[in-house]
Each structure stands twice: as C-alpha cells, then as structure tokens.
Ligand binder design. Structure first.
Ligand SMILES: [Zn+2]
Length: 428
C-alpha cells in the first residue's frame, strides 16, 4: 500500500510541478497519443517521459476484467543508445476516475526494443531525437498550456502523414539522413551488406555453420563469439505469426521493376542479385533491394502453418539498416518467374551466373501487398537484430517440381526453427 501511495505522490508531483505541454504524437481511429514535453528528463543514460493515450473506445485490462479504461498515463523510460524502452508506471482511468495503477522501479524494468510504428516506438523516436531540448529541472510555468494541444503541430520524425517521397530512380534524391535511427542494425563497417548480411558467398575465415548436426541452429551461438546473438538475442527470426495487433500500416511504396542480374548457390541457399534501382520507402528512409534468396520449407510460419517455400527480399538503406520482405509460396501451379530463374539453378556451390531471362522483383511478389510487420533478425549467423520484417499475407504458387528442384540444389532443408517472440508485437 505504501508503494501505491508513493507512486501516487510521485505522479502528482510529476503531473503538477510544471505546466504540462502535451505534444500530439499520433491521432488515429484507435487512439490519440500525446507526450508531455516538459516531463522529458535525462537520468544517467536514460531519458524518460510521461505519455497519455486516449482511446476512442474503452479498453479491457486483463488484470481487472470487470473494469474498463479509456485513458492511460504511462511513464516510459528510453535507452536511446540501445533503442530500447521500458514502462515504469501505468495509470488507467475511465473518463476521470482512476481504475488501475501499477508501478515498477525502472531498475527492475525490462528494456525491450519496441515494435516499429507502435506508440512506444513513436514516443522513443520523439524523445531520443538528438536535438530535443531537455526540460530544465525547474521549468518555468507558462500560460501556453491551453493552447498547447491545439498548436501541437510538432510531430516526431517518422510519424508524419505526409506521403513519403518515393525515389524515382536515383538514390541521390533520397535524404537518408532523415531516417530515425529506431531499429538500426549496426553491421560492422567492413562488411558489405548484400553478401554478408544475409547468406552471402562463402568466406573462408567465417566459422562454418549448417542446418543440421553439430553445427546446426541449436549450436550457432556457440560456434563463434560473433554469432552470440543467435543464442542471446531476444528479437530473433523466424517467428510464428499468431496474435497480431491491428494498426493502420501504410501501403508499401516500392519500385520493383529492375531485373535480376545473376544467380548463385552459396551452400546455404540460392541467391539472386538484382540490378540497382529497386527501392522500398519505409520509415522515411529508402531501402535498396539487394538480393532475394529462398528457404524450403518456409522459415516464418502463419498460425502454425509452414509453407514449402519462402523468399526473402533483402533491402538495405545507406546506413546498413535492413528490411526484409518475405513472400510465401504454396504448392500449386508452376510459378512462371521462378521457372525462368530455375533454368539456371546451380546445383552445387557456384560463382554468380549471369541470368539470361528477364525477371523483375514484382514477378515474385504478390500483387496484393497487405503484410505483417514485426521486428526481427537475420535468420542465419550472425543473427543480427534490428531487421524490419514485412511478411506478405498472400502467398504465390509454386509447383511440386519447382520445390523439388530447389531442394535438390541446396541438398537439405534450409529453415531455421521458429524463435520465441519475447513480448514482440506483430502488426497487421
Ligand atoms: Zn532468408
């Protein structure tokens, strides 16, 4: 009980010791989210802020099923360097009546990487913006409060409703510096993204790994210190898509008309590199499509269902952040684009072989672009995290013979088992 009182005192002190300046972060069909700019404080390596979520319809809290709430006030802490966040205090109100509260000392709170585009992610981008002025310890009370909400035109980067500029062709037009750092995978600068980040060409000095036996997925994290994330990572891929959160995901903006260049077998998969120019606009950044490779059976699963083939279109922005578009294939009619590629399918480890048939990425991606979005990792060592995953909901078809041909080329299954979600949210 004492703790609860202390929490209340803390809240009221925080709430009333300064004039709150609520900045609107998001306002959609589900909720309005505002952040008290004056509550942003830095303590050691953490920043914290009070956030208010006003729901358009009453919400249920699983711990107080008999009570609903429509306003939540939350004290969030952000580790900007690690791009992780934790909830320290929660107050839930039904209109103005407090119906539930819970608090945890930030020292004991679990910091996790927020799912892109969720409330926490948007708040983190706002609070962690480098130029964000920190409220002085004793902010002056001003008369701006009544106006603050209305005039809160200030929006965090990456949340704006203005259409993202889709780069027409040349990457010079894309201001990649605009990109929020949110889920960046920092790959060592010495590693070229297209080959190493995902199943690249074989490198002799790399520890050997496989999909079965002693060097199989269960052991990847122990094969080398640089593979440790495969073991200790908390946001690993692939995953099973089960529970999802509905959100207003933006339609994909992509250019997928530049042809595949070459095909090669790296012993783990068959990879196809593309000519430059294919782009994906996401989170105010431009991601260039580098390559597509395949897994059989699928790595991700949808409500427990595995597919015979999954394609991964690997994209990288100028800073080396990765986005993977996943496409599932079900067994059915032969896939005409794959047929053109499979004509040159290398059955053994090979150098890149120039493709003679023209295949463009959109031939291999379903027309219906609805997708699941989540945060994950590379599915092969070093299992680096911070990868944005967009998994297409609609599968394409592939014939039994085409699946067999791929399996024959790779000689074994090449799917990493499904990994724990660890609190991650899948948005659709
Ligand atoms: Zn893959």
């Amino acid at each position: 009980m004492k703790k609860v009182i202390a929490v209340f005192l803390y809240f009221f002190l925080i709430g009333n010791s300064h004039a709150a300046v609520w900045v609107k972060l998001l306002d959609n069909n589900n909720a309005k989210i505002t952040l008290d700019k004056q509550s942003i404080l830095q303590k050691d390596n953490l920043k914290r802020a009070w956030v208010k979520v006003e729901y358009k319809t009453p919400q249920k809290n699983p711990e107080t099923v008999d009570k609903q709430y429509n306003i939540a006030k939350l004290l969030w802490f952000f580790d900007c360097a690690a791009q992780k966040s934790a909830t320290s205090q929660v107050f839930q109100y039904l209109n103005s009546e407090l119906v539930y509260s819970v608090g945890i000392d930030v020292k004991n709170a679990e910091f996790i990487e927020p799912v892109p585009e969720t409330d926490v992610d948007i708040a983190m981008r706002y609070v962690c913006k480098p130029d964000k002025p920190i409220a002085p310890a004793t902010p002056k009370t001003t008369a701006v409060k009544p106006l603050a909400e209305k005039s809160a035109l200030e929006k965090p980067k990456g949340e704006t409703n203005k259409p993202e500029a889709v780069p027409v062709k040349t990457e010079e037009k894309v201001n990649v510096d605009e990109k929020p750092e949110s889920t960046a995978v920092k790959l060592p600068a010495t590693k070229p993204i297209p080959t190493k980040a995902s199943h690249g060409k074989k490198e002799e000095h790399k520890p050997h790994w496989t999909y079965e036996g002693k060097e199989g997925p269960e052991s990847w994290g122990k094969l080398s210190p640089e593979f440790a994330t495969c073991d200790v990572g908390r946001n690993q891929s692939p995953i099973n898509i089960e529970e999802t959160m509905h959100a207003t995901l933006k339609p994909l903006k992509a250019i997928q008309k530049f042809a595949a260049k070459d095909i090669f077998n790296n012993g783990h998969t068959v990879q196809i590199n593309f000519k430059e120019g294919n782009m994906l606009a996401l989170d105010n950044a431009a991601f260039q499509m580098k390559q597509v490779h395949f897994h059989s059976p699928s790595e991700n699963t949808i409500r427990g269902k595995s597919f015979p083939l999954e394609a991964h279109f690997v994209h990288a922005d100028a800073k080396g952040n990765l986005t993977v578009i996943g496409v599932m294939y079900t067994e059915g009619k032969a896939n005409t684009a794959l047929a053109k590629l499979w004509e040159q399918l290398p059955n053994e480890i090979s150098e890149p072989i120039e493709l003679k048939n023209r295949v463009i990425p959109s031939d291999l991606i379903p027309e219906n672009r609805s997708y699941y979005r989540f945060s994950g990792s590379l599915t092969t060592p070093p299992c680096s995290e911070g990868v944005r995953w967009l998994l297409m909901k609609n599968p394409l078809t592939v014939s039994k013979e085409q699946i067999e041909a791929f399996k024959h080329a790779v000689h074994h299954n090449n799917n990493r088992p499904v990994q724990a979600l660890n609190g991650r949210v899948i948005v659709e």
